[in-house]
Design a protein around this ligand. Structure first.
Ligand code: C2E
Ligand code: MG
Ligand code: MG
Ligand code: MG
Length: 276
């Protein structure tokens, strides 16, 4: 019996493995045509000032509706785009689309402060990246200070030396930086102070279950307090309930983002909520 089970398991895993390789290849092939087919677009999730309860910014989030494969979430296609180098062109397309949308948002609501754009570590290693994005911001007449580059805590941890130089170059040009998914990358705050950072985004994992989850209450409190003492703005990600908002406001977290306020919206819907 055990032998049979072993055999079945082997076949099962074998099948799974080849399926995954196939799937990966399929996605790669489809991704190559995704930009020219106009399949990659953005959603925009608002960030709210927890004191004024006004929208201060949007985060641009990539979406891919493949002709052949249907909807593929960014958690799935961004890593493949990174592995294949396609992230360079896709990232440029995302950056330009986000800038174009920001100009529209800003004309509807001049008090908007910036647009946040997720940037992959692979893009920072591309020597044309600086010039490409400078050209885009100048085309759309956007100040670099109106663009927040979101990098993950892992990125900052992994390639410290060259990343520091690269980030400093963007900072000198006026771009803002936020550290995404903070708390998941095991970096220390003292280490982070070496980097030119404006904003800390506390990962949803530490916002979940607040205020019942005592560990998360303590962790989020500590991250907010330390961030503020180091003069970073703090964004709480993944707020889904009013009680979470109340708690985060009570500990002086600056900004909230999450389904409780709004899911990521398409361009039209994002413009609509700016008009209310
Ligand atoms: P992220 O940058 O940390 O984005 C936050 C993710 O959490 C988004 O998922 C968003 O839709 C989701 N989210 C926001 N509020 C809530 C909430 O209240 N509850 C729950 N359950 N989820 C919430 P999304 O759009 O699927 O993106 C996933 C990740 O993919 C992003 O995480 C980011 O790491 C990556 N990504 C998305 N767009 C881009 C992009 O344009 N470029 C790059 N390099 N990465 C991107
Ligand atoms: Mg992000
Ligand atoms: Mg995040
Ligand atoms: Mg994330």
């Amino acid at each position: 019996h055990a032998k049979n089970l072993g055999k079945n398991n082997y076949q099962y895993y074998n099948k799974q493995l080849s399926l995954n390789v196939n799937e990966q290849l399929q996605i790669e092939q489809a991704l190559k045509k995704a930009i020219s087919n106009n399949e990659i677009y953005l959603n925009y999730q608002p960030q709210y000032d927890l004191v004024s309860r006004k929208i201060t910014a949007f985060e641009a989030l990539a979406r891919w509706e493949s002709d052949e494969l249907g909807f593929i979430p960014p958690d799935k296609f961004i890593p493949i785009a990174e592995d294949t180098g396609l992230i360079i062109d896709i990232g440029k397309h995302i950056f330009e689309t986000a800038c174009k949308a920001y100009v529209e948002f800003k004309s509807l609501n001049p008090s908007l402060k910036y647009i946040a754009i997720n940037i992959s570590s692979v893009q920072f290693k591309d020597k044309n990246f600086v010039d490409d994005i400078l050209e885009i911001v100048s085309t759309y007449k956007i100040k670099p200070s109106e663009i927040e580059l979101e990098v993950t805590e892992r990125y900052v941890m992994e390639y410290s030396e060259s990343n520091l130089n690269s980030m400093q170059q963007f900072r000198d040009l006026g771009f803002r930086f936020s550290i995404d998914d903070f708390g998941t990358g095991y970096s220390s705050m003292s280490y982070l102070t070496k980097f030119p950072i404006d904003v800390i985004k506390v990962d949803k994992a530490f916002i979940d279950g607040i205020p019942k989850d005592n560990n998360n209450v303590l962790i989020s409190k500590a991250i907010v307090a330390l961030s503020k003492s180091l003069n970073y703005k703090v964004v709480a990600e993944g707020i889904e309930e009013k009680v979470q908002e109340d708690f985060l406001k009570s500990i002086s977290c600056d900004i909230g983002q999450g389904y409780f306020f709004s899911k990521p919206l398409n361009l039209e819907a994002a413009k609509k909520i700016l008009k209310i």
